[in-house]
Design a protein around this ligand. Structure first.
Ligand SMILES: [Zn+2]
Length: 219
């Protein structure tokens, strides 16, 4: 009986579309949770269609798990398989998907190109993981974007990953924080220009973001 449920569940919990494999992490998912997981898999499939196609270029697999160890994030790119995103099923949203997909795509951008981004990063900002800024500041959209940005720019420990991912995430959140950013701070428009140049975002998304930022676009 258990095996039958598992086989029936597996069919519900797997999906392959747009070149991306979406699946639940274990062969057996509790029948109580199966409808929730399969509903989330279906939603993820629909959301993938909303993501700017080039941004999905490096993404191969999305795994939903119902098991979470303490301190494990709700969403992350697999350290062993950088083209795989793992979501705890309760942590899924379109914004979270866009954020993680941006991490997978960033790996296709060369280090020398990414150096243009580092020049727009304020390394004096500390992220302590405790509070959330009410408004964007110092070129970051949110405090989480400054995670690990305080390291020495010349050292390999310097990270700008969350800065890039929080910009992409905000675009899929309806530009909520971009609309609150200071248009006189050129770092916001500079970062948006790089996201467009590297094809993280579409022309339409770039235009909308620049309009909301109140910044004149440069041709
Ligand atoms: Zn992230």
């Amino acid at each position: 009986m258990k095996r039958l449920v598992a086989v029936a569940g597996l069919a519900l919990l797997c999906s392959s579309a747009q070149g991306v494999e979406i699946r639940a992490d274990s062969f057996f998912v509790s029948p109580l949770l199966a409808p929730f997981v399969s509903g989330t898999v279906a939603r993820c499939n629909e959301d993938l269609e909303k993501i700017h196609p080039p941004l999905k270029g490096a993404l191969q697999e999305i795994i939903f798990t119902t098991f979470r160890q303490r301190l494990t994030p709700f969403a992350f790119v697999s350290p062993q398989h950088p083209s795989t995103i793992v979501f705890h099923v309760s942590g899924y949203s379109l914004c979270a998907l866009a954020h993680e997909v941006a991490h997978t795509y960033e790996q296709t951008i060369s280090e020398s190109n990414l150096f243009s981004w580092t020049r727009l990063v304020d390394t004096s900002v500390s992220y302590w993981g405790e509070s959330r800024w009410e408004r964007p500041q110092k070129g970051f959209l949110e405090e989480y974007g400054a995670k690990r940005c305080t390291s020495d720019l010349c050292s390999s420990s310097f990270h700008y990953h969350e800065d890039i991912a929080t910009f992409v995430e905000d675009i899929y959140s309806g530009y909520q924080r971009i609309a609150l950013a200071d248009p006189s701070d050129p770092r916001y428009s500079g970062k948006l220009r790089l996201l467009r140049a590297w094809d993280f975002i579409s022309e339409n998304q770039y235009d909308s973001a620049m309009t909301l930022l109140g910044s004149k676009r440069e041709n």
